[in-house]
Design a protein around this ligand. Structure first.
Ligand code: SF4
Length: 361
């Protein structure tokens, strides 16, 4: 843990918390745009170190949570097809759609396999020429380039039994949709560290131009407290801008090579977000020259969207409009063992974070 320990130093955390308390002289509301921040704030009990005037709210930063119920249904439909193996990351298994979850599809006999990377799914297709392997491409700009690279590899190998159900989402259009939506009373954004390694700092400029402080932040307690202090200093100086706290991983220009691979294979398309509805140019689909790798086209999947589960407030939780305990189902009908909405399933979900670490609420 020697590389992590300096970022968990209790004395440094206390020092940062004191500086935050001194600077936070009025009620301030920051949104974390990454599910990993949501979970880290809860897991490390950071709210207990912060003054009551400083509030962190979750945003649409958990890729599993923002995957729409209709997209889950497409994955479930794939798992029900003869000769098709669905390859997915493990945290998608129990996410409920309108037609149940992938775990339920597997219990009905569907071939659903957990993989750890998109390349694993390509290997699977190579090892099983008699089956068609459909990989669920999920995540923001952090993972989309790896899915694109997997398609390029499958093409180079001449595989005709590999495809991708592309559920990837793009962060900047979601940020723009939040800014154009109802006033959320925000003072700033804790911007995602992982996504920003690829997209860089420029996409957050639109928020700074509207007077919101922005800090691209790492995920350890010292990172998050330092990020909060940087946000407060921007407000104190009256100079909202985009700063990088997570400089050990993020460069201002991001990763142009990763973006180039992503843009070579995918084009932006309108996409459905759980809780936010359809957002223009916020998803990715294979370009026409890669259409034979597009599972939605190859298998002619139904792209309609079912209604959200009755009573589930995920849509409001994902926009910072409600806290998980405000949902009447929280901890009652909806638990990690029996989730109603995706925010209770994902390891980055706000409801799962509250349920695991903040039971006092
Ligand atoms: Fe949805 Fe469950 Fe969270 Fe309520 S507690 S918002 S039902 S995931």
């Amino acid at each position: 843990m020697k590389h992590v320990d300096p970022y968990r130093d209790p004395a440094l955390c206390r020092e940062l918390a004191q500086a935050i308390a001194k600077l936070c002289r009025r009620p301030v509301r920051f949104m974390e745009l990454c599910g990993t921040h949501t979970m880290a704030i809860a897991r490390h009990g950071l709210a207990s170190l912060l003054p009551p005037t400083l509030e962190f709210v979750s945003g649409p930063g958990c890729p599993v949570c923002v995957t729409s119920a209709g997209q889950i249904d497409q994955a479930v439909a794939l798992a029900g097809l003869d000769g098709v193996s669905v390859a997915t990351f493990g945290d998608m298994l129990r996410v409920p759609g309108g037609q149940g979850s992938l775990a339920q599809a597997r219990s009905r006999g569907g071939d659903v396999r957990v993989v750890y990377s998109a390349m694993d799914a390509v290997d699977l297709a190579q090892a099983m020429p008699g089956r068609r392997v459909a990989f669920l491409g999920i995540g923001f700009e952090t993972t989309a380039p790896t899915t694109a690279a997997a398609i390029l590899r499958a093409q180079a190998l001449g595989l005709d039994n590999f495809s991708v159900l592309c559920l990837h989402k793009l962060m900047p259009p979601a940020l723009a949709a939040l800014l154009d939506g109802p006033d959320l009373g925000l003072d700033g954004f804790l911007c995602p560290g992982h996504v920003s390694t690829v997209i860089g700092a420029a996409p957050y400029q639109i928020a700074a131009e509207r007077g919101l402080a922005c800090v691209i932040c790492g995920f350890e307690p010292v990172d998050i407290l330092a990020g909060a202090l940087m946000l407060l200093r921007q407000l104190d100086e009256g100079r909202p801008r985009v700063e990088i706290q997570y400089a050990r991983a993020v460069e201002a220009q991001g990763n142009p090579r990763a973006r180039a691979v992503m843009n070579q294979v995918f084009a932006a398309v309108d996409a459905p977000w759980r809780g936010l509805g359809w957002i223009a140019a916020s998803g990715l689909a294979a370009r026409p020259e890669f259409a034979s790798f597009d599972a939605a086209k190859v298998f002619g999947l139904d792209l309609s969207e079912p209604p959200e589960p009755p009573g589930c407030l995920c849509g409001q939780v994902l926009r910072g409009l409600a806290r998980p305990p405000q949902c009447a189902l929280f901890g009652r009908a909806c638990t990690p063992e029996s989730p109603v909405g995706p925010c209770m399933v994902s390891s980055e979900g706000a409801c799962a974070a509250w349920r695991s670490y903040r039971r006092e609420d």
